[in-house]
Design a protein around this ligand. Sequence first.
Ligand SMILES: O=C[C@H](O)[C@H](O)COP(=O)(O)O
Ligand SMILES: C=C(OP(=O)(O)O)C(=O)O
Length: 370
Amino acid sequence: MFDTLHEVTAMTITLLKPTPSDAAPATGLAEPAIEAATPLPTPQALRQQLPLDGELRQRVATQREEVKAILDGRDDRLLVVVGPCSVHDPKAAREYAENLSVLARQVEDQLLLVMRVYVEKPRTTVGWKGLAYDPHLDGSDDMAHGLAQSRALMRDVIGLGLPVATELLQPMVASYLDDLLAWTAIGARTTESQVHRELASGLAAAVGFKNATDGGTQVAIDAIQAAAHGHRYPALSASGAPCLQHTPGNRHTHVVLRGGHGEPNYQAEHVAATRRALEAAGLTPRLMVDCSHANSRKDHRRQSEVLLDVLDQRLAGETALCGVMLESQLFEGRQPLKPGAMRYGVSVTDACIGWETTEHLVSLAAERLR
Ligand SMILES: O=C[C@H](O)[C@H](O)COP(=O)(O)O
Ligand SMILES: C=C(OP(=O)(O)O)C(=O)O
């Protein structure tokens, strides 16, 4: 199935170097800084190759509505975005999804579980950028294959009955995957970006804007306001042609508190302050707490204490808290990315809690909310 894409990847086009008469004599500024361009399939071609059939399309529509009902306060269940920090092994991700789909049914009276299928990773400096970019984990950047693997995996997760969450990082990647998503993150490193706010304004899925990496929440509140408006911005159409995209605006957005610079911001005083800031901006206060990242001080074992605190706040009547996020894998911890010497089901980005702890925490959350 992926042969065609592989063939496309193999054809690398070397960009035309300027002729001597084009070159800028003194500065050399006319030299292109891009070394090569590798063709990718158009979003339309990939969607045709890995289509979402009528039943699955309807399922995604229903999943999106379920998430939005929670954000609108029409459903008082807790939204739980849970799964690996990043997917690097689709086989392990499918096994994880099978486990999660069973758990989701056991807790569905109290919780709506949405699986993190994160295939793009924002990096603080440099590092592996995710399955969509480098599926062979070796720097070969076979993105045509990575996009196909990402799409196929997300489709299988939906087939298991689970809604899919991802972070959308590179706006062009969104058009390969966005028909599959029930919930989307705009990450801490991009919430302030106008380009990402424009992207969010045209998504059919709900969007969570993370607070900034320094802990600042105002950028996420500004992002909610920006994304609620319609925008017009240049983009590539599904068939790969440049176009001016017109978006309607997205009202189903919310803040995600993830802490900043090693300091948590999940506690009641932070939640109350964010609630007041949202109300002052004329916005409906709705918040998700990310139990990982700076909220856990990057120690996966502390995600449980964050979750328990958030549950206490909910039970004490904090209705703005409509969701939580957990970073979880089949097995706990993290490992360096060393192809050929990897442990199955262990994160290669941030450390995660393992499946047993995940099952225990999610069941406990449902039990406490009952
Ligand atoms: O969620 C994952 C990481 O926190 C994020 O991608 C940044 O990773 P890095 O600091 O390891 O680059
Ligand atoms: C990168 C992530 O989070 P943040 O943007 O909060 O760092 C993530 O959730 O994978």
